[in-house]
Design a protein around this ligand. Structure first.
Ligand SMILES: [Zn+2]
Ligand SMILES: [Zn+2]
Length: 158
């Protein structure tokens, strides 16, 4: 549920970016704010349409691009489709190679930047770990020691 306080805060955010707080923007914000499901544009569209049946996929995409420029969400590029993170702050992602599930995890604190990046000012840190999620591992009878058998090795960062 969206409180009046949240709506007021979103109005302020729109003001700062010289945009009108339209019902479309507000509906998209309401759906994505704090959303941990990492939805794609199509998923966001499907949900916002329940509230605003006339909204187009293009509008949803445009609004999401605005939101990522404003730092409200973080745009994650998947190979086939972009999806968006309702939590823009630094955190890590466990990405299942089988079902595509994206699961948040907290980064270790304090997080040290590699020494060869001295002089670089980071503004967003994301750690991606690919592998097989618990549900898929159970389905396929994959044991937790599968990392040793994986042809590519199942952890990577970027
Ligand atoms: Zn999975
Ligand atoms: Zn996330």
């Amino acid at each position: 549920m969206m409180t009046k306080k949240t709506i007021d805060r979103f109005r302020q955010i729109c003001n700062v970016h010289h945009c009108r707080c339209t019902v479309q923007r507000l509906a998209v914000y309401r759906y994505i704010c704090g959303n941990t499901a990492h939805p794609s544009v199509d998923e966001i569209w499907a949900n916002v349409k329940k509230e605003i049946p006339t909204i187009t996929r293009e509008s949803v995409f445009r609004i999401m691009m605005e939101f990522s420029e404003w730092g409200l969400v973080y745009r994650m590029d998947k190979i086939t489709n972009a999806c968006f993170d309702g939590i823009a702050g630094n955190h890590g992602h466990l990405i299942c190679r089988k079902c595509g599930a994206i699961i948040d995890f907290n980064l270790p604190k304090p997080l040290t930047i590699p020494s060869d990046a001295v002089g670089f000012c980071p503004d967003h840190i994301e750690l991606r770990v690919s592998g097989i999620c618990a549900a898929c591992a159970e389905k396929t009878g994959h044991a937790a020691d599968s990392s040793k058998k994986s042809p590519h090795g199942n952890t990577s960062t970027n």
